[in-house]
Design a protein around this ligand. Structure first.
Ligand code: SF4
Ligand code: SF4
Length: 463
C-alpha cells in the first residue's frame, strides 16, 4: 500500500542550465512579490477583489459576468502547455513550475545553513549535537519566514496589499485573511521544504499525462548510451578504447545532483522533470576527462537514434502538430484580445425584489420592484438610463432620471415598474429592460460612446 521513500539529498551543481534555472527563479519571484505592489490609476494593478466581486488587471476591470474571458485564458494556457510540451518536453517543470522554483530557493537556504550534500549526510547520520540543532532551527526559521512572506503576498492579491500590511501592523487583520496566509505559508513550507520531489512524483497530474503529448521529436534530457557504454571508472590518462570502455566514468554524480533521485542512464522516466542538473554535472566530468561534452544532453529520441545535428532537430520542431498548436493558440489570443477591446462598458444584473411579488400603487396600477446591479467596466463615469424595450404603453419604469456610475464601480439601484391592470395578463409577463449607457468626459455626455444592454425579467400580476 505504501512504500517509504529514501530521503533525497541532492548535491549542488553549477553550469549553464543551473544559471537558466536561477534566471527563472529571479524572474518569477520578482513578478510574484513585486506585482502585488504595483499601482494603476490609484489602485492595485492586479487585484481579485472578492468583497466587491471585481478583478482588476491594469486598466481592465472584470466582473463575474466576464467569466468567459477566464475560460478563454484557461483554454489558451492548456493549449500552450500542449505546445511547449510537444516542443520542449517538461521545460515548464524544470524551470518555471512553482514547485521547482520554491524547492530551488529552499534548497539554497538549506545549503547556506547546513552545507552541501556530504555535510548534510554526515550530520544526519550522526547524533544530535548543538551544531546540528542550531542549524536545523535556523534553517526552519528562515523557511518559515520566507513561506510566511509568500502567503502574505498571495493574500495581497485578494485584499489590497497596502491595507493588508496596515491591518497586520495594527493587529486588525481579519480571521479569513489570517487563515489563508497561514494555509498558503504552510503549503509552501511543506511542499518546498519537505515534500519536494514527492509532489512531482505522486501528486502532480501533469507528470502522469505528459507522455501523451510527447513524440519522438520532443526535447528531452537523454543519456547517449551508444557513447557512454560500457561504463566504468578509469584514470584521466587512460585510453577508454584500449580498455573497452565508453565515455561514462560511472562517477554517479548525475544521480547525486538529481532532485528526483533518478538515474538518467536508465532511459526516459516519468520522474524526470527536465531540469538538466545532470547535464551540467556530466559536462563538468567530461571537461575534467578531456572528453567532448554532451554525454548527457537535451536531445530527442529521433535525434539520438539518427545522430542528428542541432539544426536537424530544430527543423523537426516545426512539425505539423506543433504548427497546428501554434496557429490555434495565436488565433485564440487574437480572438480574446479583440473581444476584450470591443466589450461593453456596462454589465447589468437584474434581480426581482423577493419580499413582495407585486403590489397595487395608489392610482390602481400594478407595481413590481427590481434591484439592478450596474457594473462599470470602464475608467470613465457612465450615465445610465433604464427603460423597457418594445413599445407596450401598458408598462413603464417609474424612475426616469439618469443614474451616474463612477469609474470601475459597481452600484445597486432600485427601480419600480408599473403596469395598467387592463394591459397585463395574470401571473407572469415577460419584460425586457433596455439599459443605455454613455461615458461622461469633462462633464459632457459622449454620444459616440453610447451602448445598450438588454436584460430579460418577469413582471408578476395578480391571478
Ligand atoms: S555524470 Fe556523466 S560520467 Fe558520471 S555517471 Fe553520470 S553519465 Fe556517467
Ligand atoms: S534526470 Fe536529470 S534532468 Fe531529469 S530530473 Fe534528474 S537531474 Fe533533472
Amino acid at each position: 500500500m505504501f512504500q517509504a521513500d529514501q530521503k533525497i539529498v541532492p548535491r549542488s551543481v553549477w553550469g549553464k542550465f543551473a544559471r537558466s534555472r536561477w534566471v527563472m527563479v529571479w524572474f518569477t519571484q520578482l513578478l510574484y512579490y513585486g506585482t502585488a505592489w504595483l499601482e494603476y490609476n490609484g489602485r492595485q494593478a492586479l487585484l481579485f477583489d472578492l468583497d466587491t466581486r471585481r478583478f482588476f488587471l491594469g486598466p481592465l476591470v472584470f466582473y463575474p459576468q466576464d467569466f468567459i474571458y477566464l475560460t478563454g485564458l484557461l483554454v489558451i494556457s492548456a493549449l500552450s502547455l500542449f505546445l511547449f510540451t510537444a516542443v520542449a518536453g517538461r521545460v515548464w517543470c524544470g524551470y518555471a513550475c512553482p514547485q521547482t522554483v520554491y524547492t530551488e530557493i529552499f534548497m539554497w537556504f538549506e545549503r547556506k545553513i547546513e552545507g552541501d550534500r556530504n555535510d548534510r549526510l554526515r550530520r544526519a547520520a550522526g547524533p544530535w549535537t548543538f551544531d546540528r540543532a542550531w542549524r536545523a532551527v535556523a534553517k526552519n526559521s528562515v523557511w518559515i519566514l520566507f513561506a510566511a512572506w509568500t502567503g502574505f503576498t498571495f493574500v495581497g492579491y485578494f485584499t489590497p496589499i497596502r491595507e493588508l500590511t496596515q491591518e497586520l501592523l495594527t493587529f486588525t487583520i481579519q480571521p479569513w485573511e489570517l487563515f489563508w496566509i497561514g494555509f498558503y505559508s504552510l503549503a509552501t513550507f511543506g511542499n518546498a521544504g519537505f515534500m519536494r520531489e514527492q509532489v512531482c512524483k505522486y501528486m502532480c497530474p501533469y507528470a502522469r499525462f505528459q507522455s501523451a503529448m510527447f513524440d519522438k521529436d520532443t526535447l528531452l534530457v537523454t543519456y547517449d548510451e551508444a557513447r557512454g557504454e560500457p561504463r566504468g571508472s578509469r584514470s584521466k590518462k587512460a585510453d577508454p578504447t584500449a580498455l573497452g570502455l565508453g565515455a561514462c566514468v560511472d562517477c554517479n554524480l548525475c544521480v547525486q545532483v538529481c532532485p528526483t533521485g533518478i538515474d538518467i542512464r536508465k532511459g526516459l522516466q516519468y520522474e524526470c522533470i527536465g531540469c538538466a542538473a545532470c547535464v551540467d554535472v556530466c559536462d563538468q566530468v567530461m571537461d575534467k576527462m578531456n572528453y567532448p561534452r554532451g554525454l548527457v544532453r537535451y536531445s530527442t529520441q529521433n535525434g539520438l537514434k539518427n545522430a542528428w545535428s542541432k539544426a536537424q532537430m530544430l527543423r523537426r520542431a516545426f512539425r505539423p502538430r506543433v504548427l497546428v498548436y501554434t496557429a490555434v493558440v495565436w488565433l485564440l489570443i487574437a480572438g480574446m484580445a479583440a473581444a476584450i477591446v470591443a466589450r461593453d462598458d456596462l454589465r447589468v444584473d437584474v434581480l426581482r425584489d423577493r419580499s413582495v411579488s407585486f403590489r397595487l400603487a395608489e392610482d390602481g396600477l400594478i407595481e413590481n420592484v427590481y434591484r439592478l446591479n450596474l457594473m462599470n467596466a470602464s475608467e470613465k463615469v457612465l450615465e445610465v438610463r433604464v427603460s423597457l424595450s418594445g413599445d407596450n404603453p401598458d408598462f413603464r419604469v417609474v424612475e426616469d432620471a439618469p443614474i451616474r456610475v463612477k469609474p470601475t464601480e459597481s452600484q445597486w439601484v432600485v427601480l419600480h415598474v408599473q403596469a395598467d391592470p387592463e394591459g397585463v395578463e395574470s401571473g407572469s409577463n415577460p419584460i425586457v429592460f433596455n439599459i443605455q449607457s454613455a461615458r461622461i468626459v469633462d462633464g459632457m455626455v459622449q454620444p459616440a460612446s453610447a451602448q445598450t444592454v438588454e436584460e430579460d425579467a418577469v413582471f408578476l400580476a395578480p391571478r
